[in-house]
Structures are given as C-alpha cells and as structure tokens.
Design a protein around this ligand. Structure first.
Ligand code: CA
Length: 556
C-alpha cells in the first residue's frame, strides 16, 4: 500500500530559514512545512482534497503570487489534476502527457498522442482528459480513442498501449485511472451514444486485461430482469469519473451514469446497474454490494460523481462512510462496508422527487415526474441534465466536517420522444432546453454532509465548473469560468484573493510543499459541457488556451 500524500520533515531546516523572512503572528510558534506530495487524484485515497499545510492561510493569502506558468499548447478544456511525485510534476491534456520541474515550470519530457482524424467529433461533452495515475515506474492515462496508455516515468516513452473498445461506436475515455491492490482500473465515457458501460482491470506491468465488469445487466445475468428485452445492451451506465479505494476493506467504489436512451419509458424497470455505486474487489471486479441512486432515471442524473471517504459519527455511531453530491440534487452518505444508506438530503433546488425513502433507499418521485411519465408531456425539471453538481470534484474538510462544492442552479424543459438508435450518434430521445431563470446560475457552497444544509454560499452568474481544494489554513480554492483563480474563507465564504489566469478555469487545484515552501497549482483553459451547450454569450470574451499555473507566497 502506498500513502497518497507522503510527508517528510527532512526539510525542516530549510523551512525555518525561509519562514524567518515571513510575517508571523506574535508568540505563535511557526510549524515547519514538511515536503508534501500529491501522489493521486483527489489528494489522497479518500479523495478529500484537504491539505494540512498552513503556510498559505487566511492572513497570508494576500501575498500569493505566481511562481511560473507553463503553456499546455492546447486550446481545449483543461480538467486535468496534476500530480507531484519525487520532485516531478505530471499533467495531461487530451493529447499530451507532460513531466515538468515543479519549482521552475521547466519541461522534463512530453509525450504526444497521435489521434485518428475522426476522434474528436465522437466525444459528447468536451475534448478533455482528467489526469494520470502513477504506480512504481509507470504513468497510466486514458485516451479519447478509448485506449489505456502506460508511459515510463523517467523518459515518457510508451511502455504499453491497449485498446479498451472500438471508439467509433460512441465510446471515449477521459477518466483518470485508479490504482487499487496492484490493478489499474479504468472507466469509459459515451453514455449518450447507446453504449454499454463497463469497467476494466489491467495488469500494470503487461497491460493484460485482468477483468471486465459491465454496468448494465445482460438478460441472462442477475438484474437482467430489470430491463425489457435486450435494452441493457445499449443501456448506458457509463463510468466516466474515477472511483475511490479503501485498502483496509479492499473495496473499490465506482459510480455509474445514466441509462440510455434518456427516455426511460423505453426501458421500463430499475435498469441495474445504472446511476449506482458499485463496491467491487479490485483484483477480480467481483461485485460485493451496490446502491442505486435513481432507478430508471429519465433525467441523465449520472451517479458518477466522486465518492469521498471519511470517518463520521452518524446518529451517534462512528461510521466508515462514502459520500456523494449526486447529479440528482441529493447528497448521499452511505456506510462503505455494507452499502447501507445513512443520509440523503437535497443540497440544491430540485423538483423531480419529494425526497428519498430512507427505508427502501428509493426516491419518492414528485407529481411533476409522475405526470411526465404518465403523459409524455413537456415538464420543467430542476436540476437540469447537468445536475445539482457536475463532474467538478468537491473537497471535504475533516476538521470542520464540511464539504465545499461548486453547485449548479438551473433547470431544463423535458419532453420524451420516440428513440431511434444509430451507432456512434447521440441517443437521448428527449426534446430539451435549459431553463436559466435565476440570476445566480451556480453557487460555491459549504455543505453539511449529514443534513445537506448550506452553511454559506457564494453565488456566480456564470456557474463554476472548477474543482475545489481546502486547507488547514482555512482556505477553499476554486476557479471561475472567466479565468479568476480564487481563495475563499472556509468559515464564512468571503473571497480573500483572486488572480486572473488568462482563460477559463475548469480544473482541479492542488497544494503541495517543497523545501519549506507551500505551493498551489491549477490548470487554466476553458471548455467542457457548459461552454458547449449553454449558449452563454458572456463566455465569448474568454479566450481559449491551456496553461498550468503555480503560486506561492512572496518572500516578503
Ligand atoms: Ca450522462
């Protein structure tokens, strides 16, 4: 087992030399800043995106300035989370993988993917890549043409490349692989194209596929009776965001997406295992338990959002939990040993359900949803297909027991249509349009995971699709679609600092430390689903162009 954030205090002397030049509170002993790496997606296996570093804090953040900027030579959206391991930073774009010196921003190596010319137009919601995973001397990533790639960590040279599936039938891959118990696990995208979702486990050394688990149950499999006929075989359940892994329980948790087509009357039944969390053994892909968030989901409420692990007292009892801010507008807390539903509360405006029945774990559908199902008439549903929260990862502060998430505040009109399947073409069978009736289309929220209640919120007219990061320095980092990288007060939500990065931010901030100095890194580069589908004219003046920024405190 490998801990995700390695901390060493060997830099204590260097830290003290540095800190003597900084502002300090009277009588407050200054802690050494241990070297701190970012070895995995989510800044740790729990995916909490929480750092114990405090050099950059509520008082000092006003002195945060850029240290370097690196051009990603790419006009597409930049959603990749960088890694910092053994003195090297690694970052991906949809077409390249880059190693650079984290202190100077100077490139060490770069690997480019040669894509077939028809690749980009197959992808639904933005030409992106969300990052790499590293194990031993190899880096693993996925490609838009549905391959998994292993690169030599030292040189960037290709070690192996395996096709997961033929991309021409609507599949693609943007997901960060997960390393669990010596297996490289990858998901796929393409839930809007009549695909059949799956997860693959790969041997890191050879690239041999060890197992595949489909996420829709075939007619002869357990759960197959939750689909009419053979509808499961193009039934969706994509796995396009990375799961989490608990090494003590040896369980991988992975969320699945919408059923296909969106029009659910065509696939009457619960449709196992769409919009679910699957708890699996990483060595075999064996399903240990599952929980389905939105049975027979008609609204594209993918259940793929990050599954954050924590230890929480729930109703007086300590529990090992996973939590998820689901696209369907409810915040779920589950026991991660058993899959028992512990809490499910709305965290955004929603009208598709009255609530979640805590006995059965099933949503209680609202009169509006019942009416739509009964009549196929046009209805207005909140949240929209993009959900109460989309892919942009939230962070969890274990001291404040709060989640910080960029949430969405718009709905959509929805009318089911007769489906017709064509390979590689959008397969939704719904006439839809966004409803932007609120001035604030998004809120950065501090959410109590046990109640779903908002402790504070910061509204934005253009919603943010940035991940968040929180620190023991009392800060929440986030980014705006208009380019500002921002720091907020964890306790009040007050904006304490911002810096214009030149293009829109839809990335995943990280913080790390080296030689006594704390750094914050974020990719900038506008793109993604909101830009593609919102028609928001205010974004016309935000230039494209990917780059990586790293910040630290001014010396004095
Ligand atoms: Ca979807």
């Amino acid at each position: 087992m490998k801990f995700s954030i390695a901390s060493r205090v060997s830099a204590a002397i260097a830290a003290m030399v540095f800190l003597t030049g900084c502002e300090q509170k009277d009588q407050t002993p200054v802690a050494a800043v241990p070297d701190t790496e970012v070895r995995t997606l989510g800044m740790g296996q729990h995916l909490q995106r929480h750092s114990t570093l405090t050099q950059i804090n509520k008082d000092t953040v006003k002195r945060l300035v850029p240290v370097w900027n690196y051009s990603l030579s790419d006009k597409r959206g930049q959603e990749s989370q960088p890694l910092v391991i053994d003195g090297v930073m690694y970052v991906t774009t949809h077409k390249s993988t880059i190693a650079l010196n984290p202190l100077t921003g100077k490139q060490v190596w770069k690997h480019e993917i040669d894509y077939p010319p028809q690749t980009p137009r197959i992808v639904c919601c933005g030409i992106v890549n969300r990052g790499a995973a590293i194990d031993g001397n190899k880096l693993f990533r996925t490609t838009l043409d549905a391959h998994v790639l292993a690169l030599d960590l030292e040189t960037g040279k290709e070690v192996w490349k395996k096709e997961a599936i033929d991309f021409k039938t609507g599949y693609s891959m943007t997901v960060t692989p997960l390393i669990a118990n010596g297996v490289v696990i990858t998901g796929m995208s393409g839930g809007e194209y009549g695909t059949r979702g799956f997860l693959d486990g790969w041997d890191p050394e050879t690239g041999e596929r060890l197992w595949r688990r489909y996420t829709t149950a075939a007619p002869d499999e357990p759960g197959g009776d939750t689909w009419p006929g053979d509808t499961a075989m193009a039934g969706g359940g994509p796995t396009w965001l990375t799961g989490s892994y608990d090494p003590e329980l040896d369980l991988v948790y992975w969320g699945t997406g919408n059923g296909g087509p969106w029009n659910a009357e065509f696939r009457k039944g619960d449709n196992l295992y769409i919009t679910s969390v699957l708890a699996m053994r990483p060595k075999t892909g064996e399903l240990i338990w599952y929980y389905q968030f939105s049975p027979n989901d008609p609204y594209d409420y993918d259940g793929v959002n990050e599954l954050v692990m924590a230890e929480l007292e729930v109703d007086g009892k300590p529990r090992k939990i996973i939590m998820q801010a689901n696209r369907n507008g409810f915040f779920y807390v589950l026991d991660r040993e058993t899959g028992e539903l512990l809490k499910a509360n709305a965290f955004v405006r929603q009208n598709w359900a009255e609530g979640i029945d805590m006995k059965t774990g099933r949503p209680i559908e609202s009169e509006i949803t019942k009416h739509m199902r009964a009549t196929s008439e046009k209805v207005e549903i909140w949240p929209s297909a993009l959900g109460g929260k989309n892919w942009m990862p939230m962070s969890y502060d274990p001291e404040r027991k709060m989640v910080f998430a960029n949430t969405l505040n718009f709905g959509w009109t929805y009318k089911p249509l007769q489906p017709s399947y064509r390979a590689g073409v959008f397969y939704m069978a719904v006439d839809w349009a966004f409803v932007f009736s609120e001035e604030q289309r998004g809120y950065l929220k501090a959410i109590d995971p046990l109640t779903g209640e908002t402790k504070w919120q910061q509204g934005s007219k253009i919603p943010s699709f940035s991940g968040t990061l929180n620190t023991a320095g009392g800060l929440v980092f986030s980014g705006a679609m208009t380019g500002e990288f921002q720091a907020f007060d964890s306790d009040t939500g007050d904006k304490l600092w911002e810096f214009q990065t030149g293009s829109g931010i839809i990335g995943q901030p990280i913080t790390w430390a080296k030689d006594g100095r704390q750094y914050v890194t974020i990719a900038s580069g506008i793109g993604g689903a909101y830009v593609l589908f919102s028609g928001d004219e205010r974004l016309a003046s935000v230039p494209a162009g990917g780059s990586l920024w790293t910040f630290a405190l001014m010396d004095d």
